[in-house]
Design a protein around this ligand. Structure first.
Ligand SMILES: [Zn+2]
Ligand SMILES: [Zn+2]
Length: 272
């Protein structure tokens, strides 16, 4: 996916946008150029994520080098077996860095357990890694950034009985509306990605309408999850405006108003 051609023209600029979850180092191309294209589209702040230790280092470096970029650091659930003692020690150091604003993405991913167990970690290893990351977020007062793919029941169970981080953000929210209701009731923040723009995902737009102000974020999850009308092209932070428009419409508000609301939530969740 990262090798796909970039979309030539960014969305019409919308002032004050944020991208709450993206993978700058995996998108391909120069990080500064990706950020510059995002800025041209109105994006003010970006949280970039590493899904392994090397990628987390790159995310942190991008955040240290660029005022508009912040980092989230963790080992992705499908790679949970990589969370050895050395990784735990290094992630502990990263969590102390002021440019690391979230611990993530961590969580539960049962999709690959079902489809190709070689490509992922067993559920108990994922659970142990998730609990370790939760403790790290609590210890350092950072937001917890959750990845969830077909893991609703296990995820909600673990989050309910683990210590509570300052903020819990469910990145690329893709669960049914009843899970959205439960998550909102618990005070979690739902972050919507490009799949909220897909025609068939009526339930995601319903969930986006349900989330109160302060419990909603938007993200690209680039290079994945490219929004309509660019599905199939490479995703990047400059395309967040398409998702913003769809979410604003679902919430019955203007897109500038949505950008302002979501910008405020971004600042609070990431402690800026
Ligand atoms: Zn994810
Ligand atoms: Zn991601």
């Amino acid at each position: 996916m990262a090798k796909k051609r970039p979309v030539p023209v960014p969305a019409d600029p919308i002032a004050g946008l944020v991208d709450a979850h993206t993978h700058l180092a995996s998108t391909g191309g120069d990080v500064d150029e990706l950020v510059a294209r995002a800025v041209d589209a109105g994006v003010e702040r970006i949280c970039t994520v590493g899904d392994g230790l090397d990628e987390a280092e790159l995310a942190l470096r991008a955040a240290q080098d660029n005022d508009r970029v912040y980092a989230a650091c963790a080992i992705h659930p499908t790679r949970a077996a990589e969370l050895d003692d050395a990784a735990r020690e290094r992630l502990g150091e990263m969590a102390r860095d002021p440019r690391c604003v979230a611990i993530g993405e961590t969580g539960i991913d049962t999709y690959w357990i079902t489809h190709d167990p070689e490509r992922t970690a067993p559920l108990e290893v994922q659970e142990e890694a998730l609990r370790w990351h939760i403790d790290l977020a609590v210890e350092h007062g950072k937001a917890l950034m959750i990845h969830n793919r077909e893991g609703d029941a296990d995820l909600m169970r673990i989050l309910a009985d683990a210590p509570r981080p300052r903020e819990v953000m469910l990145h690329c929210f893709s669960s049914p509306v009843d899970v959205a209701r439960e998550a909102i009731g618990r005070g979690y923040v739902l972050s919507f990605a490009g799949n909220v723009t897909f025609k068939r995902n009526v339930g995601l737009r319903e969930a986006a309408a349900l989330a109160p102000a302060g419990q909603l974020l938007i993200e690209t999850d680039a290079p994945y999850m490219t929004p309509e009308p660019f599905r199939g092209a490479r995703n990047e932070p400059a395309l967040i405006g398409h998702t913003a428009r769809v979410v604003a419409e679902a919430r019955g508000m203007g897109v500038e108003e949505l950008a302002a609301e979501v910008g405020e939530t971004f600042g609070r969740v990431f402690g800026l």
